[in-house]
Each structure stands twice: as structure tokens, then as C-alpha cells.
Design a protein around this ligand. Structure first.
Ligand code: TYD
Length: 140
């Protein structure tokens, strides 16, 4: 499997259809915007202030993380390098490649974290232990 680093994870500027009097509309379409097809969408919301989410990695899942409302931070680590991204616009998506440990925090009140994922939910794709993650990165 291809090995990615945090440098392969980036903010993607999504399409924005602006109408002066009627607001904005953003589209994500398979085959156009992402290096993967979307099989699942889920969203996190009502996260109490000060709480964090994530603290895991995925073996092969690709994701696009979007602050559909409000804001939060996503810290990614590939076991060597770490980068923090601040998401606060519904037309910006963070591309998270497989094999990244992620921590989500600094949720604003009303934040909605929408995730577009390349596969259905599979618990066996998760790595929830940091030492196991480092082992996966070094030997996996
Ligand atoms: P988890 O991915 O651990 O949440 P986070 O990393 O944001 O803290 O998921 C929380 C719970 O939701 C866990 O019991 C698994 C369940 N879940 C599903 O059943 N399907 C899904 O698609 C996701 C993302 C989670």
C-alpha cells in the first residue's frame, strides 16, 4: 500500500456557487474533487467545549474533513511529522490520507464536523493505540 506523510494531507478549496441574495452552495462530486470516491458520510456535532475527538488512525481509509459549521482544529501525525490545520469554512476540506494519527479539538460552539470517507465503517481499519500506530508506521 502507498505510504503517505502529513505533507500529502492538505486543504482542498471546494467549489463555491455564490448568489448575492441567496447565500452559497458547495458541491463535492465523485471523480472531480477528491482522489477517492465517497462511500460514507458522517458528522460530529454537539461536542462540548474543551473536549477532543479522534485519537486514532486508519490503515487504509481516505477522508475529507469539513467544518460544515463553526470551527475546530485537526492535528495530523505520520509518526515523524505533525501538522495542525484550523478548519472554519464550509468550502474548505482537509484531505486526510491513510495512516495518519488525528486529534480533533478546539471545537467552537455549534461546530459540525462533516466527514466524507472512502469506505463504509470497518472497526478493523482503526488503530486506536498510539504505540501500535508507531509500529504500523515503522513496520506495517
Ligand atoms: P469514533 O470514530 O471512535 O469517533 P471519534 O474518533 O470521532 O471520537 O466513533 C465513535 C463511535 O461511533 C464508535 O462507537 C463507532 C461508531 N461509529 C459507527 O458506528 N460508524 C461510523 O461510521 C463511525 C465514524 C463511528
Amino acid at each position: 500500500m502507498e505510504r503517505f506523510s502529513v505533507n500529502d494531507c492538505c486543504i482542498i478549496d471546494l467549489d463555491r456557487h455564490h448568489s448575492d441574495r441567496k447565500g452559497n452552495l458547495t458541491v463535492v462530486e465523485n471523480g472531480k474533487d477528491l482522489p477517492f470516491d465517497v462511500k460514507r458520510v458522517y458528522y460530529l456535532y454537539d461536542v462540548p467545549g474543551g473536549e477532543s475527538r479522534g485519537s486514532h488512525a486508519h490503515r487504509s481509509l481516505n477522508q475529507l474533513i469539513i467544518a460544515a459549521s463553526g470551527s475546530f482544529s485537526v492535528t495530523l501525525s505520520d509518526g515523524v511529522n505533525k501538522t495542525t490545520f484550523f478548519l472554519n469554512r464550509p468550502y474548505k476540506g482537509l484531505l486526510v490520507r491513510p495512516g495518519m494519527w488525528r486529534d480533533l479539538d478546539d471545537f467552537s460552539s455549534g461546530a459540525v464536523c462533516m466527514v466524507l470517507a472512502s469506505d463504509v465503517y470497518k472497526e478493523e481499519d482503526y488503530i486506536r493505540d498510539y504505540d501500535e500506530f508507531l509500529n504500523f508506521r515503522n513496520n506495517g
